[in-house]
Design a protein around this ligand. Structure first.
Ligand SMILES: C=CC1=C(C)c2cc3[nH]c(cc4nc(cc5[nH]c(cc1n2)c(C)c5CCC(=O)O)C(CCC(=O)O)=C4C)c(C)c3C=C
Ligand SMILES: [Fe+2]
Ligand SMILES: [Fe+2]
Length: 311
């Protein structure tokens, strides 16, 4: 039996020229912009032209490449050593796309597609799975694909989160800190249509809090806020910039939406909100790492794969 695992993520520019490709593909996704064609293409083109230069400047500050690329490659390398399958990754909006990877793995017997999104959202998980299955169908291999929807509630996943929070504490007393779980935002409109994302985020926060309690790690206060808002619509609240104004002490921000660090964690949380925190007089502002290649997260992925094999 020849098995392969394909880790699915959103992607991010591999170089500055790809910023346009990334944004174009994202804003041409019906799960991101709900309007039918050709209206979607028109709205997409407007957003891309407005966003392109700002986004390019942001990626320039990160060395001209999204951190998501290196982190994903490293995860693939480490995970490959732990499983009886060849591991690949594919991205929704940048190379390598589903078609590039399925071309490589089409002769395997079973293809285990694991989303790098721990929470289910139409804009991420559903979009990636549907895209992968559509391409698989065109190759005549759709019955080889196995997927899962979410894993934010797994013990190992939450243990990885707590380890990252402990790293950010650097041995200092947690009771001197407030903790903000910062989630990537989503429009309220998407939530109103029944998207599970916010429910999953809040349930994830509860799981992480339980693990913190188990380990007797107590914070002054624990908050949830949403980052990465874009455009004039109403997004999930509270917004991160409002939340930071409430913070009275030292603070640790944990990027709860992401399995690997990316432009939203290293660019937005560290650089942009770091500057805002400084302006607001927050003396100690720390951003915890995403799970990345933490051993608990790798074990979590292995557990997910072993469970998927049973079905
Ligand atoms: C309408 C716009 C967007 C929705 C809805 C959205 C949902 C969503 N996104 C992620 C994860 C990531 N998003 C990233 C970047 C990013 N996201 C949007 C817009 C929406 N996201 C934009 C325009 C960008 C590009 C950066 C920018 O211009 O500010 C990334 C980072 C990719 C990288 O390059 O590293 C991630 C990861 C989730 C989880 C989510 C909904 C659940
Ligand atoms: Fe996003
Ligand atoms: Fe952002």
């Amino acid at each position: 039996m020849k098995r392969t695992i394909v880790l699915m993520n959103m992607g991010g520019p591999n170089n500055l020229d790809e910023v346009k490709v990334f944004l174009k593909n994202m804003f041409n996704d019906k799960y991101i912009i709900g309007a039918p064609q050709p209206i979607r293409a028109m709205i997409g083109a407007i957003i891309v032209s407005k966003r392109l230069e700002i986004a390019k400047e942001n990626y320039k500050k990160l060395g001209g490449i999204s951190p998501i690329v290196g982190h994903t490659k490293r995860l693939v390398r480490r995970f490959s050593n732990m499983v009886d399958a060849d591991v690949f990754y594919e991205m929704r909006y940048t190379y390598p796309f589903a078609k590039d990877i399925l071309e490589k793995v089409k002769n395997y017997d079973e293809i285990y597609a694991i989303p790098m999104y721990p929470h289910y959202s139409s804009t991420t998980t559903k979009s990636s799975i549907e895209d992968l299955k559509k391409v698989a169908k065109s190759f005549g291999i759709e019955n080889k694909i196995k997927t899962i929807d979410s894993y934010y509630d797994s013990d190992l996943y939450n243990k990885a989160i707590v380890e990252r929070i402990k790293e950010a504490l650097k041995g200092e007393n947690s009771e001197d800190f407030e903790l903000i779980f910062s989630a990537h935002g989503l429009t309220q409109r998407t939530i109103n249509k029944g998207d599970l994302y916010q429910k999953h985020i809040l349930a994830n926060v509860e799981c992480a809090k339980k693990e913190l309690q188990k380990q007797n790690i107590n914070f002054k206060k624990i908050h949830v806020a949403y980052q990465s808002r874009l455009g004039p619509m109403e997004w999930l609240r509270p917004y991160m910039e409002d939340k930071l104004k409430e913070i009275k002490s030292k603070v640790i921000v944990y990027p709860i939406s992401f399995t690997v660090d990316n432009s939203e964690t290293l660019g937005e949380l560290v650089l942009e909100y770091g500057e805002l925190a400084h302006e607001l007089g927050i003396k100690d502002y720390r951003v915890a790492k995403a799970p990345n290649h933490h051993p608990y997260f790798l074990l979590n992925l292995k557990e997910i794969y072993e469970e998927m094999k049973k079905f």
